[in-house]
Design a protein around this ligand. Structure first.
Ligand code: ATP
Length: 196
C-alpha cells in the first residue's frame, strides 16, 4: 500500500504552519505522499473564506511547488457545498484502492473530532495523524477509544501561525512576509488579497 497523508483545510491562505505539519507527518509516519485538499465550505467554521476557492488552490500549488511528494487536489472545490471529510474520504478510498489514507489534523480540530459528521464511519476508512498547535494540547485520553486507537501523534515544533491572524494582519496593513512562502506572498500582494 502507498501511504498518503491528507492535509485538509481552508488554506485562506496556506502558511508555514500547514507546510511544517505536512512535512513532519510525512517524516514521522513514513508517508509516501501528502495531498493538500482545500475545502469549499469548511464545516464548523462560521466565517466565509476570504479568498475564492481558485485563489486558495493557486496559493497551495505555489506553496508546494518542487516538492515531489506533495500534491494538491481540487476535489472538494469541484464537489461544492459543505466539505465534509467523510465524503472526501469515501471518494479517495473508492478511487485509490492501492493507497491508504491518514488525515493530518491540528490539535485545535482533533479535540473536536467526536463532533465531526459521521466520524465513526470516517475512522473505519482512514486513520489520523495529530500535530500540536500552541494553546491546544492534544487530549488523546479524552477521545473515545474508536478514535484514539486510530490517532498517531507527530511531534512538531509549535508554530503560532493561523490564517485568521494573517488575514487580520493584511487588513491592518501589517507584514506577513515570512509567514507564508515567497510565491504565496507575491500572489497575495499582486491580487490585493485580504486588504480591508
Ligand atoms: P483559520 O485561522 O482561517 O481558521 P487555520 O490557520 O486554522 O485557519 P486551516 O486551513 O483551517 O488553517 O487548517 C488546516 C489544518 O491545518 C487544520 O487541521 C489545522 O489544525 C492545521 N493547522 C493550521 N495551522 C497550524 C499550525 N500553525 N500548526 C499546526 N497545524 C496547523
Amino acid at each position: 500500500m502507498i501511504k498518503v497523508g491528507i492535509m485538509g483545510g481552508t488554506f485562506d491562505p496556506i502558511h508555514y504552519g500547514h507546510l511544517l505539519a505536512a512535512e513532519t507527518a510525512r517524516e514521522t509516519c513514513g508517508l509516501d505522499e501528502v495531498w493538500f485538499i482545500p475545502s469549499f465550505i469548511p464545516p464548523l467554521k462560521d466565517n466565509e473564506p476570504g479568498a475564492e476557492g481558485h485563489e486558495r488552490l493557486e496559493m497551495v500549488y505555489r506553496a508546494i511547488d518542487f516538492q515531489p511528494y506533495f500534491r494538491a487536489l481540487d476535489i472538494e472545490l469541484e464537489r461544492g457545498g459543505t466539505s465534509y471529510t467523510i465524503d472526501t474520504a469515501e471518494a479517495l478510498v473508492e478511487h485509490h484502492p492501492e493507497r491508504s489514507f491518514s488525515f493530518i489534523i491540528g490539535s485545535d480540530r482533533i479535540n473536536d473530532l467526536p463532533g465531526w459528521h459521521r466520524v465513526a464511519e470516517l475512522a473505519e476508512l482512514v486513520s489520523f495523524i495529530g500535530v500540536e498547535r500552541p494553546g491546544a494540547p492534544i487530549e488523546k485520553s479524552k477521545l473515545p477509544a474508536a478514535l484514539s486507537d486510530r490517532l498517531q501523534i507527530a511531534e512538531m515544533p509549535l508554530i503560532g501561525l493561523s490564517s485568521t491572524d494573517i488575514r487580520k494582519r493584511r487588513a491592518e496593513g501589517k507584514s506577513i512576509r515570512f509567514m507564508v512562502p515567497e510565491k504565496v506572498y507575491s500572489f497575495i500582494q499582486r491580487n490585493g488579497l485580504y486588504e480591508s
